[in-house]
Design a protein around this ligand. Structure first.
Ligand code: C5P
Length: 236
């Protein structure tokens, strides 16, 4: 299989059909835009599994996604899209970069759902931008941006409900969208403990990549716990 692209946590491989790709989940972990590097045992397998469960759930709620089917424990067959160079971040509570930037204690509940967008550009360290800047850079059209925010807020509502039912607080998450050859916008990339902050509702224990970023230990066990609770909830 021909390698089309290699990112920090995934490879994109050629598929049989020209409008499809295979996404392979790796165990490599980075933080701070590559400043910290490591591997998390079985991370690729767990993130493939968790993303599949979450995408299958979101599909039942009417969210269009690039995911066609999961092929094995590391690979997914997906619709080929051009990734829109925006990281869309939704926050229900203050944590991570926003807590630091605005001097707010981690964990404080926000009275509003906070939407952020970052320009996906490694050389610039993915800077936070506003809507006008995204339009000025022609990263998206106004209509596309509106659609992206609508999907992002719906995804937040659906995922908050789902995680609540397994005693997890969804603190924040990052998603990405892609465009098919006919211009349809699809949810793309992964949704996993690499891209979400997930805290146990009772203990507030972090069950996400902050365990790696902050050297808290037990990273694989945290990802396994998320997979286990999701599978139980979904009847596997
Ligand atoms: O670091 P920050 O607080 O801005 O992250 C917000 C959310 O977005 C977190 O859930 C984090 O895991 C996710 N994120 C990501 N990829 C990035 C930046 C943030 O998945 N490059």
């Amino acid at each position: 299989m021909k390698l089309l692209y290699e990112g920090k946590a995934k490879q994109i491989l050629e598929a049989d059909q020209p409008d499809q790709v295979i996404i392979r989940y790796k165990d490599d972990a980075t933080a701070g835009n590559g400043a910290k590097k490591g591997t998390i045992l079985n991370k690729g397998v767990l993130n493939n599994e968790i993303t599949t469960l979450l995408y299958d759930y979101l599909k039942t709620k009417g969210i269009p996604t690039h995911h066609l089917k999961t092929l094995n424990d590391r690979d997914q067959l997906c619709i080929k899209v051009a990734i829109i160079p925006l990281e869309v971040i939704i926050r229900n509570r203050f944590a991570g970069s926003i807590a630091k930037r605005l001097g707010v204690e981690e964990g404080r509940i926000s009275p509003v759902t906070i939407k952020e967008i970052c320009y996906k550009c490694d050389e610039l360290n993915d800077p936070l931008i506003n809507d006008d800047q995204a339009l000025a850079l022609e990263l998206v059209t106004k209509a596309e941006l509106k659609q992206i925010y609508e999907y992002a807020l719906q995804i937040n509502r659906e995922l908050c409900e789902l995680f609540h039912s397994i005693h997890i607080d969804l603190i924040d998450f990052k998603i990405e969208f892609g465009k098919t050859s006919n211009g349809t916008i699809l949810l793309a990339d992964e949704i996993s403990p690499d891209t979400c902050r997930l805290w146990d509702s009772d203990t507030q224990e972090r069950l996400d990549k902050d365990r790696f970023r902050r050297d808290l230990g037990n990273v694989e066990a945290a990802y396994q716990e998320i997979a286990k609770r999701l599978k139980e909830r979904m009847g596997f």
